[in-house]
Design a protein around this ligand. Sequence first.
Ligand code: ADP
Ligand code: MG
Length: 146
Amino acid sequence: MAERVLLTQSTEETILRGREIGKRLRPPVLILLSGDLGAGKTTLTKGLVSGLGAAEEDEVTSPTFTLVHKYDGGARVYHVDLYRIESVRDFDTLGLEEIFDEPAVVIVEWADKLNLRTDWPVLRIQLEHVSETGRRISIEDTSQLL
Ligand code: ADP
Ligand code: MG
């Protein structure tokens, strides 16, 4: 179980790294993104979605208010943001169970807020501020990547 740590110096570089990771993903996989507000979870997701060929990076916006966005340009990708969800709520009450019905790439921001139950392979990625434009991206287990 190898960890991989990347350092990026700009928004564009994080998107680029996300694109590289996205090309190495194989559904079904659940990607749990953790990190503070502004750490770059949504920015990385732009790259992941574009690397998967599901949508252009500019089409990927934060689902903070809508809870989930679906991109279906070839690969099926769900982008979930639990930021506004109270931690007492259960995943089953959000009406999102069907996202696990068929193989997909499910990307979840603020995943630690809820207990996500699935038998899918999980890829955990942690993002941290290093400086104003510097970010540390830690991939917990690279064996999930092709
Ligand atoms: P989160 O989804 O984790 O709250 P966002 O991706 O929405 O974070 O926001 C990250 C913000 O930080 C964006 O405004 C982005 O342009 C900026 N930023 C600056 N440097 C970087 C970097 N190296 N990687 C990612 N985002 C960066
Ligand atoms: Mg976000």
